[in-house]
Design a protein around this ligand. Structure first.
Ligand SMILES: C[S@@+](CC[C@H](N)C(=O)[O-])C[C@H]1O[C@@H](n2cnc3c(N)ncnc32)[C@H](O)[C@@H]1O
Length: 214
């Protein structure tokens, strides 16, 4: 029998049909504590979405950007799972979708575009720290000079907070995922020409907002 891991595209394909329901049932505790509050805080950072070009990285079934789509934003979604994208298309039939692995950088079809916002929820932890920084550098090139990158994910202000949450979640903690620890990223982000602002939304998750300072 073919083996799949939830970390590969086939694993996410299997989850796609059940994803929205499983999230609704698990927004308490690790890993999805405060999921809907986290999404709402991203929505509140997107000013006047109508007509804005918004790229959603790891769009999944479209739970994050569907609200912005309804307000008239032009939604572009990237994900490596065909089935996740199929679900997102049902919610956002006029969206533009790209099947691509974040680890391969920005697909050519997106490289010629310019985005007002690049958003992402619960996806960037699939990249390790070096992969994240490289990907953010590539995203900066397709971001409007006045635009923002908004990343919502399982994340912590510092290593003490991460260690505490890891202890509390015990056997559930996923060692294969790479959660942002903001104190470890701030210097690199500044060096890459980003101004950053981080807000912890729930015990396990926060929102990192990046804008260009050069
Ligand atoms: C936990 S889901 C989050 C989906 C959605 N953003 C949300 O907030 O509900 C993670 C998503 O990231 C996608 N993903 C994971 N690793 C990826 C990779 N290396 N490249 C592209 N997409 C990836 C998965 O297919 C999945 O749709």
């Amino acid at each position: 029998m073919e083996e799949t891991s939830v970390l590969d595209s086939k694993g996410f394909d299997k989850w796609a049909g059940e994803y929205d329901r499983s999230i609704a049932e698990s927004s308490k505790g690790y890993p999805f504590e405060g999921y809907y509050d986290v999404l709402s805080s991203v929505h509140s950072l997107v000013k006047e979405p109508e007509g804005k070009n918004i790229l959603d990285i790891g769009i999944g079934t479209g739970l994050l950007t569907n609200e912005l789509y309804k307000k008239g934003a032009n939604i572009f979604g990237l994900d490596f799972s065909e089935r996740m994208i199929a679900e997102a298309k049902i919610k956002m039939p006029d969206g533009s979708f790209y099947i691509s692995d974040m680890k391969d950088g920005i697909p050519d079809a997106l490289n010629s575009k310019c985005f007002d916002y690049i958003v992402s929820s619960y996806a960037i932890h699939h990249l390790d720290k070096e992969e994240k920084l490289k990907f953010l550098k590539d995203l900066k090139d397709i971001l409007d000079d006045e635009g923002s990158i908004i990343i919502a994910d399982i994340s912590f202000r510092n290593n003490e907070d991460l260690a505490e949450c890891k202890l509390e979640s015990e056997h559930k903690w996923d060692e294969e995922e790479h959660y942002m620890v903001i104190e470890d990223l701030t210097g690199d982000l500044l060096g890459m020409g980003f101004t950053s602002k981080y807000t912890q939304i729930s015990k396990y998750a926060g929102v990192l907002e990046l804008s260009k300072n050069s």
